[in-house]
Every structure is written in C-alpha cells, then in structure tokens.
Design a protein around this ligand. Structure first.
Ligand code: LFR
Length: 480
C-alpha cells in the first residue's frame, strides 16, 4: 500500500468558500471538508467590493483546521488556491493594496461595455485576439474603468494579480500570474499563452502590471513562516499554482470519456457549459453566441458559455423568509417544486436584467409580466420555473456548440452544487435530449487537488487521475 499524500484545496466561490483536505492513498481520493464559510460582496456608496481580509482570515482558519484534522504525525504536502474568475488586486512592489478590491457585478463597467458593443471593428478585433466575448464582468473592462477614472493608479500600482494569484502571494511570498485565471481576463492572446497586445492597447492597460503567465502546476515555494507558526504539520507544505480559475478546476475533475463526446456542466452560482478542445472556437457566430475560449492549465482550450446559473435561485431566496437551511429542507422544497405542473412559459435566462438586480424576485416578475406569463404562487413555483429555465439555457448552449463545431455530444457530465439538484439535472436532460450524468461532487476542489497531486508526482497525469476518480465515484444518470 502506497504512502498517503495530504493536500489542501482553498476553494473560493462568489457565494461560499470551502477548505478541503484531500488524502490520496492507494489510488483513491478521500475528501474532508474542514471549513466552509459564506461569501458576499458589500455595497458602499454605489460600488460593490469584496471583503478580501475576511476571505484571507477564513483561508487561515481552514489551513489550521486541516492541520488539526490530520492523523497523528502526518503532514500537509501542498496547498492550492482556486477562485471565481476575473477579479483582481492592484499592488505596489511591497505587496500593499493600492486600490479597493471591486466585485465583478459592480455596475462600473456598463459604460465601457456599451462602448465596445457599439464599436463593431474593435469588438471583432478584441474577440479575434482573445477569444473572449464582451461581458460586463471582464477584468479588461474593470481595469480600463480604473485607469480611466483614476489615472493616478498607474503610478501607484506596479502589479496586477488575479485573486488566486494574490492568495498564492500571501501564502508563498511570490507574485505570479497563473495562466487559467489570466485567461478569464480578456487580456490573453488566444493563439499563444501570453498577454494580448491588441487587448492591452484597446483597454489602455499598462502591460508592465503583468508577468508571463505560469502554466498550472508550477511550484511557488513553501508556505511562509508566519502561516506555519503553531502548526508544524504545515511546515513543509509547498504552494502549488493549480488552475487558479475554479471552472478550470471543475473541468479537470470531470471523469470524461477520452473521445470528446461529453459536454461539461459545472453548476454553481454560474452554469458553465462547455467542452475541451485543442483549438479555439472563433468567428462571428461564436462571438454572437458569447463563446468564451478560456484555457486549460496546460495551454489548451475550454470553449464555454456562461449561463446565469443558480444565482437566479440564490437571489430569489432572499425575497422569501423561509430559506432551506440544510439538505433535508432542500429536498423537501425540490420535491414540492417537482410535483407542480410544468410552467406555461420559461424565463429567457440571457436577460441582462438578472445580472445584479436589487431584488431578483422583482426582476423575474417584471420579465414574466413583459412576456404576459403568470407569476408563480410560492417559492416552490419559482424553484420549478428557475430550474426548468436553466435546463433550457443549458440545452441552447449545447446546440450552439454542436452547430458551430460539428460535434455531437452524447452525454452531459455535471458537477458542482447544482449536481445535487434533481430538478435541475432532470430539466437539463429533458431539454437537451441526452442523458445527464451527475456526480454530486465539489468539482472545483477536486480539480484543485488533482493538479497538486500531479505536480507532486503522486499521480502521473490528468487522464490517469480521471480514470481512477471515475471508477470510484457515485453517479446518477437522468434519462432525457
Ligand atoms: C464561476 C466563475 C465563472 C466566471 C464567473 C465570474 O465561479 O469563475 O467561470 O465567469 O465565476 O468570475
């Protein structure tokens, strides 16, 4: 029996974060969620900000808990960070924050978004250069807005790190840009693994803020001494630059067939519908379908469409006093929603009104009214409407990929929080006309750990990891 290898995944999501201790032993992965914490951005005077100090505090708490959860005498071999995409910090050389950390749903990018949308030549040029569509949250638009509205920032900041890069810096002392998270920015060249001059020029972002991106799996060094203090089990831990983008991690965790016949769906705050490819999907039709050619840690592509996801449900819940607090309460609510008759019409989930409304329920009601559809009578009715509508959105994304690439997907593999939601899985299978295989797996943390194990040479490569994981996983298949 081989030696056990213990690794820690710090997995930051926009609505919750997790710290997971992963133990690899005899070709099997076991997961122990040692810490979970809520996350939310806060609005101050009309802008939205992350509480970055709180997130770091939670990361430290989780690391200590992971060390405490180890068997006696065992140590942590490595730590990896993954996070939602696009958000960043601006730093000076000493590592001090020189600008507040905005959240991607902040409306500050709206003017830039419209400007680019209405400048056809630039829109085409930026998409051809980066393979990333013009979406309100892009780091490109966020950084362009800072530079334009606060020019002094060009003197104050010397470095731009995306959030996982920043946590890696706090953990290891090294400032690096990791490739997958950089690829969410709309500033990476779609034909190489470097920065796009075309995009940096268009958005007027100083190129010196970035260094050449590291491919995933690079070792950044050991945990800093201040972090280790009091937890000897952490002393030798390497900080590994895993795919910093949570979606890249979730895709890595998919126990996919090697023939490319699987469509991937990582279901959480967003629904990320896509696949793996050696080439990007570009051109006018891809741009119109908002296909985002984000990158795999080794340099390849994962063309995907960002469907609004369970953000619709999370938002709606806030307007109902009775939010389900545990798995049992969730199942009861989903059962009630399942028993309702199918809604007469579905939401068009691409409506931009759902991006960041003051009340999601009010935004849904207004959308229904405009389309002369009746409002659901209760929370279960909203749950039903949202799950069925997301199922339709997932299927539309799949068909757009099939049209553009000539591929035919045989199955949809689903991971993430939403893969436990029977209603959502069933609606997706029904609308797409292919089986959905759900793994009820925190794919983001698993992909994070996979990358660490490969970098530590405990596992040969991703194909090997997927095969071993797939053989071990519980799966549920939803027939169309
Ligand atoms: C999912 C995700 C998506 C990204 C969105 C915003 O957590 O990373 O991939 O588009 O958050 O960053």
């Amino acid at each position: 029996m081989s030696r056990s290898v213990h690794t820690v995944a710090l997995d930051f999501g926009a609505t919750s974060g997790r710290v997971i201790l992963g133990t690899w032993s005899g070709g099997r992965l076991s997961l122990h969620e040692v810490h979970r914490f809520p996350n939310a951005f806060r609005s101050l005077n009309g802008n939205d900000y992350w509480e970055i100090g709180t997130l770091w505090h939670e990361a430290l708490t989780g690391l200590k808990k992971a060390a405490d959860a180890l068997p006696r005498g065992a140590t942590i071999a490595s730590v990896g960070v993954d996070c939602w995409g696009v958000d960043y910090v601006l730093l000076d050389d000493s590592g001090r924050l020189v600008f507040p950390v905005h959240a991607y749903r902040d409306a500050r990018t709206q003017a830039g978004l419209r400007r680019l949308a209405h400048t056809r030549a630039a829109l085409d040029r930026v998409y051809a250069a980066t393979g990333i569509p013009n979406v309100f949250y892009n780091s490109s638009l966020q950084l362009a807005e800072v530079v334009a509205s606060c020019p002094a920032v060009e003197d104050l900041a010397t470095r731009c790190l995306f959030l996982p890069d920043y946590f890696n810096y706090l953990l290891s002392g090294r400032m690096e840009n990791e490739f997958t998270i950089a690829s969410t920015s709309q500033l990476i060249d779609v034909r190489s693994t470097g920065w796009s001059r075309t995009a940096l020029d268009y958005f007027r972002i100083p190129p010196r803020w970035f260094t050449p991106p590291l491919l995933s799996g690079a070792r950044l060094g050991r945990l800093r001494k201040e972090i280790v203090a009091g937890s000897p089990a952490l002393a030798g831990a390497q900080v590994i630059a895993v795919p910093g983008h949570d979606t890249a991690c979730a895709y890595d965790a998919m126990p996919a067939a090697p023939d490319g016949g699987d469509l991937f769906l990582s279901s959480g705050t967003w629904s990320l519908v896509g696949f793996e490819s050696d080439t990007p999907v570009l051109g006018a039709e891809a741009m119109a379908a908002r296909i985002s050619n984000e990158r795999i840690g080794d340099g390849r592509y994962r063309p995907l469409t960002n469907v609004i996801g369970l953000w619709l449900l999370e938002g709606t819940m806030k307007d109902f006093a009775a939010r389900p607090e545990d798995d049992h309460a969730w199942r009861t609510l989903i059962n009630a929603a399942e028993r309702l008759p199918a809604p007469k019409g579905l939401l068009d989930v691409t409506d931009p009104a759902f991006a960041n409304p003051p009340s999601m329920k009010a935004a849904i009601d207004a959308h229904l009214k405009r389309r002369k559809l009746a409002r659901p009578a209760n929370l279960a009715g909203y749950v039903r409407l949202i799950c069925d509508s997301l199922g339709r959105g997932h299927a539309d994304a799949m068909r757009a990929f099939e049209r553009m690439t000539g591929r035919k997907f045989r199955r949809i593999l689903m991971v993430g929080g939403g893969s436990k939601n029977r209603l959502l899985c069933a609606a997706t299978a029904r609308e797409a006309g292919v089986p959905v295989v759900s793994f009820a797996l925190e794919g983001t943390a698993v992909g994070n750990i996979a990358s660490q194990l490969i970098s530590l040479r405990a596992v040969k490569d991703l194909a090997t990891f997927r095969k071993l994981l797939g053989a071990d996983l519980k799966q549920t298949t939803y027939a169309p």
